[in-house]
Design a binder for this molecule. Structure first.
Ligand code: SF4
Length: 263
């Protein structure tokens, strides 16, 4: 498919470069860079580890200051991350844990080891991903399907290839990899709508584009139509970033408008 006049970077290639900056092998164990561990009320209460390193460069990204700041943070083994997440979750009585902040799928072996540790635990692991690498490599999706207490949230950057290009600066054809991620995960055995579900940034989307997007999801699997819609959260630092890129969202929320139970 060609998108006349629209060009951009290849996020799969970017992943390789980012991988070399945020991952390190030590005694056969893959370490990953993290900049923060925290609790929060999203999902009704969740322990979160924020990774460093993303393969996209979204112009609305709330974590843009740390996302690819390779000098920040520290390298952790999967076991160290497990211990920190469990300790946060235990202290606050959370049921959920997650990786967030940038793209967790970039250090695959690290992620798989961490998932293995949570297998059979009382915690549900929410993998928040932009889906690029899972769309690119069906084997990766299959490997994830080995882990029982895992939910995957594929977060679309816009609702069409053109919006994806506008919002991320990546080549529009890579929007397809986000779609493919859902397909690959469902093919690998994840139940659509419960074990894998879509989220989408619609802060810049027209109503028509949203309708077309939902129609596309319905064609993959009718259970995917319950989309977790994302609005731009107008933190001061996000406003600065949008201004820099000359972007004005159609839909946004101010941080003080977010219901307290979600923060
Ligand atoms: S995929 Fe997520 S972390 Fe990466 S740039 Fe986009 S919003 Fe930021």
């Amino acid at each position: 498919m060609s998108f006349t006049g629209l060009v951009g970077y290849d996020p799969v290639k970017v992943s390789l470069n980012v991988y070399s900056e945020v991952s390190k092998l030590s005694n056969g164990v893959e370490l990953r860079k993290y900049y923060r561990f925290r609790g929060g009320r999203w999902y009704g209460g969740i322990a979160t580890a924020d990774v460093i390193g993303c393969n996209l460069a979204c112009k609305f990204c709330w974590s843009w200051r740390f996302r690819n700041n390779f000098k920040a943070g520290k390298l952790y083994t999967p076991e160290q991350v497990y211990v920190k997440l469990v300790s946060i979750a235990k202290n606050s009585n959370y049921r959920y844990v997650r990786l967030s902040g940038a793209e967790p799928t970039i250090s695959k072996e690290h992620l798989l080891k961490l998932l293995k540790m949570f297998e059979g635990s009382n915690y549900i692991f929410i993998l928040e991903t932009n889906g690029i690498l899972l769309g690119y490599d069906v084997c990766y999706a299959r490997e994830l399907s080995r882990y029982g207490n895992l939910i995957i949230r594929v977060s679309f950057k816009g609702t069409s290839p053109e919006e994806f290009n506008m919002l991320t600066g990546a080549d529009p054809q890579f929007f397809e990899l986000q779609v493919k991620a859902l397909e690959n995960l469902i093919l690998s055995g994840f139940k659509a709508g419960s074990e894998v579900y879509p989220a989408a940034m619609i802060g810049f989307s027209s109503d028509k584009s949203i309708v077309d997007f939902v129609r596309m999801l319905k064609n993959i699997d009718p259970r995917l139509v319950n989309v977790d819609w994302e609005y731009v959260i107008m933190y001061k630092h996000v406003e600065e970033l949008l201004e820099k890129h000359g972007l004005k969202p159609l839909r946004y929320v101010r941080p003080d408008e977010i219901p307290k139970e979600m923060i």
